[in-house]
Design a protein around this ligand. Structure first.
Ligand SMILES: [Zn+2]
Ligand SMILES: [Zn+2]
Length: 225
């Protein structure tokens, strides 16, 4: 499991480094990656997390926790303005550290780490999800008027949150005791972000065969992983 923490941290830092060096622009490739990650994460949530929480709990009470997670993500996005699903609507001219974005993203990422206690398929869903998010976030941080040290600090702490959630979930008795309920909350969060990614990636409802292709691919890969 230690290796998993390492992968999660490195992936985010690598994306930041990539943006700092290559200075990519918002491209259709990035949009496709976002669509793939959304489909992949949605399918893994359905294939991997749903059976786990429903197997040994009362379905209706689990459903309530899923809805709570969904609502929690709605509240978090009031502060993050959608950075979890690849949107940054913040002021590029601001020089003050974006605390609201930072805290809500950290809570989101921490929660995401909780189901990752072993090398289950959902780990890959979260890992792939991190790639477009880290790239888009890094593009914002590096193109804004923020000090570079703020940008680096932001990404560094952000990269640690999911491993921290995972680590604490394996250590804390409280989380172990309420694992199905807490995992259900995470399911709600993941359902929200993955469906918003898919929904927003087809803005004008124009038919895009490549987008449909990567979404389909995301579902297929999730099935076989
Ligand atoms: Zn959005
Ligand atoms: Zn996330």
């Amino acid at each position: 499991m230690r290796m998993h923490y390492f992968f999660l941290i490195l992936t985010v830092l690598f994306c930041f480094g990539f943006v700092a060096i290559a200075e990519p622009r918002k491209s259709s490739g990035l949009q496709l990656l976002l669509s793939f990650s959304g489909a992949f994460l949605l399918a893994l949530t359905i294939f991997d997390l749903f059976p786990e929480v429903y197997s040994d709990s009362e379905p209706k009470s689990i459903g309530i926790f899923i809805i709570l997670g969904f609502l929690l993500q709605i509240v978090l996005e009031l502060f993050s303005k959608g950075a979890e699903h690849g949107h940054v609507h913040l002021d590029f001219e601001s020089t003050t550290f974006p605390w609201m974005l930072f805290i809500s993203l950290c809570i989101h990422s921490f929660m995401e780490g909780i189901p990752l206690i072993d090398s289950s398929p959902i780990f890959y869903g979260i890992l792939i999800h991190k790639v477009p998010i880290a790239i888009i976030l890094s593009m914002f941080l590096l193109n804004s008027k923020l000090k570079t040290s703020y940008a680096v600090g932001f990404i560094l702490v952000f990269s640690l949150m999911t491993p921290l959630g995972s680590l604490l979930s394996s250590q804390l008795e409280f989380i172990n005791q309420y694992r199905p309920q807490i995992t259900a909350i995470v399911i709600g969060i993941l359902l929200h972000i993955s469906t918003v990614i898919l929904f927003e990636s087809s803005k004008e409802h124009v038919f895009n065969i490549r987008k449909l292709g990567v979404i389909f691919l995301g579902f297929i890969v999730a099935y076989f992983i």
